[in-house]
Design a protein around this ligand. Structure first.
Ligand SMILES: *Cc1c(COP(=O)(O)O)cnc(C)c1O
Length: 353
């Protein structure tokens, strides 16, 4: 295993007061390691500071970069708990493989993340709904133009104390069903957390916002017929009492929250189907009353209930515009496990202390 050196900041920043928002405040330290000459090296925790990059740095031109997002929670007992971090580092290495970025040692990354959290433990908020958001990233750092896989990389982890992802907390969101632009296609990079996916989604998100919607409901690229995701979350429907979510088709991001929701609902005795879900089925089930809930799942919001969606100029109300029973139950369950209010039946939580 690599050696990890720790160089602590001599002066610490002021901790935030009041509302945290999402991803605007960063802690005193970061983790950094560099890849060069065929190996990851120089692993260190050091004061949080800007990077200096040559203008020709490859990531700035061709976007060869991957990232992750996960959360640590601190409860009243002072326990620091990270939700399923091994899953994130495993998925990050899968993203690396897709972009020709060299793999890293997942257990070392986990260790480095834990040490970084320990150094900045005082930054973890404890109020309900808050957490420490953890952002690992790897970027290509060759200072040269030319489209090919880089030979040098920077892997870093930064930490951000966060409040609720949406300003209105768990208030149901309105979706715009997007038929013009697509997020991802099979064979592309939609099932990996690579930075280019997000730039490509911004225009649709802005258009949706102009139409008074909060998030985009993405359809498949080939036929524009099957629902894939919502914004940067996975999507679930409750239809005829069964929970239904699009099967991982190659263009859907395999969310760790998605996987956890499926596992927990099945443990509670729900029928959960992973299969293709067409927009026609969603519309007709909404019209005939069989569809009772829609919700999104992802680390940032955990569960995001959907109150309505706009499709071909028609607005469809879901669950009377309120948060549904399944969404509330799974939200309470997952956040209970994450914060330690509920037992952790499948050993998902990684304890820092
Ligand atoms: C990160 C992400 C998700 C959710 O994944 P989690 O592991 O649950 O946070 C879903 N869709 C997209 C496009 C994402 O980037």
């Amino acid at each position: 295993m690599l050696e990890l050196t720790i160089n602590k900041a001599t002066s610490l920043k002021q901790k935030p007061q009041g509302k945290l928002g999402f991803g605007k405040i960063f802690t005193d330290h970061m983790f950094v390691t560099e890849y060069a000459d065929g190996a990851w090296k120089n692993a260190r925790i050091e004061p949080y500071a800007p990077f200096s990059l040559d203008p020709s740095t490859s990531v700035l031109h061709y976007g060869q970069a991957v990232f992750e997002g996960l959360k640590a929670y601190k409860n009243e007992k002072g326990e620091i708990r990270v939700f399923r971090p091994r899953e994130n580092f495993k998925r990050m290495n899968e993203s690396c493989a897709r972009l020709c970025i060299p793999a890293f040692d997942e257990e070392f990354a986990l260790h480095a993340m834990a040490e970084l959290i320990k150094v900045d433990a005082d930054w973890i908020p404890t109020e309900p709904g808050t957490a420490l958001y953890i952002r690992p990233s790897i970027i290509a750092t060759d200072a040269a133009l030319g489209v090919h896989a880089a030979k040098s990389y920077l892997f870093f982890i930064i930490l951000s104390p966060v409040g609720a992802y949406y300003a209105n907390g768990l208030a149901p969101v309105k979706l715009y069903v997007e038929e013009r632009y697509v997020r991802a296609s099979k064979g592309g990079t939609g099932h990996n957390k690579v930075i280019g996916n997000y730039a490509a989604s911004l225009l649709a998100a802005e258009n949706a916002e102009k139409l008074g919607c909060d998030q985009v409901m993405w359809l498949d690229a080939q036929e524009k017929r099957f629902v894939e995701e919502v914004g940067s979350m996975n999507i679930f429907f409750v239809i005829g009492g069964k929970v239904v979510t699009p099967a991982l088709s190659g263009s859907i991001l395999p969310g760790i929250t998605r996987k956890s929701v499926i596992e927990r609902l099945r443990a509670y005795g729900y029928t959960v189907e992973e299969r293709a879900v067409s927009i026609d089925e969603v519309v007709s089930a909404t019209e005939n009353g069989a569809l009772t809930e829609i919700f999104g799942t992802g680390t940032a919001a955990v569960i995001s209930p959907v109150g309505s969606f706009l499709y071909r100029n028609k607005n469809y109300t879901v669950a009377g515009g309120a948060m549904g029973e399944t969404a509330r139950k799974i939200y309470n369950d997952l956040t209970g496990i994450q914060t330690g209010i509920l037992p952790d039946p499948a050993d998902w939580v990684y304890r820092i202390f």
